[in-house]
Design a binder for this molecule. Structure first.
Ligand code: FMN
Length: 234
């Protein structure tokens, strides 16, 4: 191969120079591939489409747990609207689509993509990179099939936002607040023709360490979300 390098680079005087050029030529595509594959640090989210045709009574009628997902990604608008419906800011004073105890806004949404995990920043609105790699299997836990969903939303309560309230209240409020966000996700999914299921099955400790969560941040629930898997044609 080194001999070939001399053929391609005849002006190279030494073996070492030719070797260096050969390495650069061979490695360049690998480096470019790595750069192209690196997950974005920030993914801006589109403003929510508030004109989606989504009658509430129809969404309630259609809401159900669906556990079989098409792995195709959600569109950018679907993801933006999903996150806004789940826990977006819906008033100028920063309050959210989901109510929280004492308006402590303790629920953060982590968005687990096939290549990385992001934190939902509702005020930007945007997704902020927190970890690389596919954490969906950690959220799926024993129900490995749901790791097929293009995104899994992880609902994490930050108990520190409750201040020095009694521990019993923190536990209760966090669970209730997560339930409100969960129901928003369920109803948006039903209205948008998407599949989801609220799940407490997850490898919580491994998620905590992969996402570098503080001890006061508790992963409570997760929602795989995607288009429903199409039934095979007969
Ligand atoms: C707090 C909570 C935890 C749940 N955990 C799981 C779970 O770990 N795995 C799962 O497949 N479904 C889970 N579910 C979904 C329930 O099994 C489902 O809501 C129930 O069977 C009723 O079905 P439906 O949602 O279609 O009405 C959970 C639901 C709730 C509210």
């Amino acid at each position: 191969m080194l001999a070939n390098a001399f053929v391609f680079f005849p002006k190279m005087k030494t073996r070492n120079s030719a070797l260096r050029v050969l390495c650069a030529v061979l490695c360049a595509p690998l480096c470019l591939t790595a750069l192209a594959a690196a997950p974005a640090e920030t993914i801006p989210l589109a403003p929510p489409d508030l004109n989606r045709p989504a009658p509430l009574m129809r969404a309630l009628a259609d809401r159900r747990s669906i556990r079989d997902f098409d792995p195709a990604p959600l569109s950018k608008q679907e993801l933006s609207d999903l996150l806004w419906a789940a826990n977006g800011i819906n008033r100028p004073d920063g309050r959210r689509t989901a109510p929280t105890a004492r308006n402590k806004q303790d629920i953060d949404l982590y968005v687990l993509h096939p290549d990385a995990a992001y934190l939902h920043d509702a005020s930007a609105p945007a997704l902020k990179l927190v970890a690389t790699g596919d954490l969906r299997p950690l959220a799926a836990g024993a129900q490995s099939a749901v790791a097929n969903a293009p995104v899994i939303l992880l609902l994490v309560s930050d108990f520190e936002r409750f201040g020095n309230s009694p521990e019993f209240n923190k536990q209760r409020w966090a669970a209730l607040d997560a339930g409100n966000v969960s129901q928003n996700i369920c109803l948006f999914a039903a209205a948008a023709g998407l599949a989801t299921v609220p799940r407490t099955t997850q490898l919580a400790d491994r998620l905590k360490s992969a996402l570098k969560l503080r001890p006061a941040q508790q992963p409570l629930l997760n929602h795989p979300v995607g288009h429903p898997k199409k039934a095979p044609a007969n």
